[in-house]
Unconditional design. Structure first.
Length: 677
């Protein structure tokens, strides 16, 4: 079990920080080791591009909302899209590979969501390229290449369109649209998803720097059914810098009724917008996002890391989509791209505080799948709506059969209900509450009223569940499940009052009779048969936050001290320590809070760009759920922000001893600023 040593960790951290210049907005990697490399993601909430250690390569391209079944547990999975940004560069007839890149460096600019790789090629050229997942264009990406010749050279650039192995019936197209003022070369591919359910399409084009009529000639080559390319060549004189770009779009029939033509239309749109306008609009969109920010004075490394977490959260979602991020966001195919409680409990609250318009998409995702949740409840013999543990495109249960969490981890339904109520609390939008929030709250409350087993006063038991601590399977009266159900029932009652409806009196009756179990000394008991064993993640401590089931500081501290010693050093996710951080900050112990803040993610970081894995020593980044939990520990812990029925308020909290000031800007619909010194 865990032993806590506060001062040595803090001192070593401060010494290491003092020896390095840390940019709050850029993460730089000066040593690229392909054998120990974990890619970082550039995304716009719809399309994610994951970096690679090899020059001009992209590890993968992931599209939100594109699911099909292909051999991973007989459930829907995220699909890799066409790799539309891979390219090749030849200099004097030689293809540049990983071994040719001298002094290769990579950098993520979090302020403007761009990823740059730079290196030298022998004594002939200095090369850099930057790619963007354009924020203003949800399905469009851009790579911008700069080559500075040290000698007279001939360059050959190629854009390569490659189909992932899982796709079938690949069709490749090449077309030139010739207008008096411009020539547009379109490299396009389409394919069916593994079961044929979706049509996936991608298209790209070159953006040259030369005036019309002087652009290089573009040649198309077909290598095989799964790969084709277009290429050009150009001579450069010593000292000359040459710039060209590739803009591309990827979309599926899950997003558009005519994805093949739309992919080409969007690529043409990007071509005619031009590189400078594309980048300027992208930068402006990110400037607007960062009006909601967290600023830390006195700790440069924590500042950079918090920006990285916020950057990834912002990258993995966008307003107006009715989509909800998965635990790994758009960084890959982790957890099949499904939506869990990871969204509602861990990621969503930070969005709700900083960008309510993006949080609205996540609640809309659940609202649109309410009917599927009703059917799920019916299938299990319950009333109301029972949301699936894992959800994808349709809202049916998508948990693989071997995982017991599918039929038994019922607290997800309370998480959805609580999220709906909190959206109203922050926005005070009664029209939304009536149209969208009330149906969710009513049906989830009805579920819990039918789910409890009425065994007498104070004994409306909730039996046979998988706890939030997922090592506790098929247990009775789990602390978090019971308390979350109570909150869901009372929130539905409160919503009825706001709307002038008569709440079902049984909701209050049930809530008042659901037991919260205690040990003899008053410590919250995780479940009926819990006897102090190790826990996977926070469960009983969640009753203090985000719930207000436990409010007495002495009781909160007693639960913290008990469960903090029951979290193993390996195999547990970052959110547990995030909750410890938040609660200790609210209790006024900034030093202990900072210990857990660091313990939540520092051991989970992977090289070379500090990407967060799910667990200590884990290798499955990027873990957006953990980032969401840690950002909550800053906003609601160190920052003291509190979501109440009348909006966002601030309670007393403590900063780490070496933090001079914490500023949280752009909070809530009014975009307020909160400061802690």
């Amino acid at each position: 079990m865990k032993k806590i040593f506060l001062l040595p960790l803090l001192f070593s951290y401060l010494i290491a920080q003092s020896q390095n210049m840390i940019d709050p907005w850029k993460i730089n990697a000066g040593k690229i080791d392909p054998s120990n490399y974990y890619g970082i993601t550039v995304a716009n909430g719809m399309i994610g591009i994951v970096s690679a250690p090899e020059p001009f390569k992209v590890k993968e391209v992931v599209l939100a909302g594109a699911y099909d079944q292909y051999g991973r547990g007989r459930v829907s999975n995220f699909l890799r899209s066409f790799n539309l940004l891979n390219m090749q560069l030849d200099i004097d007839g030689k293809r540049i590979g990983a071994s040719d890149a001298i002094n290769m460096q990579q950098s993520l600019d979090m302020h403007h969501a761009s990823f740059t790789t730079s290196f030298s090629y022998s004594d002939k050229a200095d090369i850099s390229y930057t790619y963007y997942s354009l924020r203003q264009l949800p399905f469009t990406v851009l790579i911008d290449i700069n080559i500075k010749a040290k000698k007279d050279i001939t360059i050959g650039g190629a854009s390569v369109m490659e189909a992932p192995d899982a796709l079938k019936e690949v069709q490749n197209y090449y077309n030139e649209i010739d207008r008096p003022h411009i020539v547009i070369s379109l490299l396009t591919s389409s394919a069916k998803s593994p079961t044929g359910k979706l049509l996936m399409c991608a298209s790209n084009t070159f953006l040259f720097s030369e005036p019309h009529g002087q652009e290089p000639r573009v040649i198309h080559e077909m290598w095989d059914n799964n790969m084709h390319l277009m290429k050009f060549s150009r001579k450069l004189r010593a000292g000359e810098t040459y710039r060209f770009s590739i803009a591309g779009s990827s979309i599926t029939s899950a997003h558009h009724d005519d994805p093949l033509n739309e992919a080409e239309r969007m690529t043409i749109f990007a071509k005619l917008e031009g590189r400078e306008r594309l980048i300027n609009f992208h930068n402006k969109a990110w400037d607007d996002l960062w009006k909601s920010d967290i600023t830390i004075e006195g700790d440069d490394q924590s500042q950079q890391d918090v920006h990285s977490m916020l950057y990834h959260l912002y990258s993995f979602s966008r307003e107006g989509t009715a989509m909800s991020p998965s635990p790994m966001g758009l960084s890959g195919l982790g957890y099949n791209g499904h939506t869990f409680w990871d969204t509602e409990l861990w990621m969503y609250p930070s969005f709700l505080v900083l960008h309510p318009e993006m949080a609205k998409s996540m609640v809309e995702y659940r609202f649109q799948r309410l009917e599927a949740a009703r059917k799920n409840a019916f299938n299990h013999g319950y009333k109301g709506a029972m949301f699936p543990w894992e959800s994808a495109a349709t809202g049916v249960e998508e948990t693989p059969v071997w995982a017991l969490s599918g039929p038994f981890e019922h607290h997800i339904t309370a998480c959805v209900g609580i999220a709906a109520w909190n959206y109203y609390c922050v926005t005070q939008d009664k029209d939304w509450l009536l149209e969208k929030g009330w149906p969710i709250l009513k049906e989830t409350a009805n579920f819990w009223a039918s789910r409890v087993e009425r065994n007498g006063v104070g004994q409306y038991d909730i039996k046979n569940v998988v706890a939030a601590d997922e090592w506790a399977e098929n247990v009775d009266n789990n602390a978090w499940t019971n308390a979350a159900a109570k909150a869901n029932l009372m929130n539905a009652t409160a919503a009825a009052l706001v709307l002038g409806f008569k709440a079902d009196p049984d909701w209050t009756n049930v809530a008042s009779n659901i037991p919260i179990l205690k040990f003899a000394d008053g410590v919250t008991k995780e479940h009926a048969t819990y006897h102090g064993e190790g826990i996977k993640q926070a469960d009983a401590n969640l009753l203090s936050y985000p719930l207000k089931e436990i409010t007495d500081p002495a009781a909160i501290k007693k639960d913290l001290e008990y469960y903090a010693t029951r979290v193993p050093n390996e195999g547990t996710p970052a959110m547990t320590q995030a909750i410890f951080t938040l609660l200790y900050a609210r209790l006024g112990d900034g030093a202990k809070a900072f210990h857990f803040f660091q313990d939540a993610y520092i051991p989970n970081l992977n090289p070379p760009l500090r990407v967060i894995a799910e667990t200590k020593g884990g290798t499955n980044p990027y873990f957006a759920t953990g980032a969401g939990g840690i950002i909550q520990s800053v906003l609601m812990g160190f920052g003291g922000l509190e979501i109440t029925p009348t909006g966002i308020t601030q309670i007393k909290s403590a900063l780490p001893p070496h933090w001079k000031k914490l500023t949280i800007s752009g909070v809530g619909p009014e975009k307020k600023t909160f400061i802690v010194k």
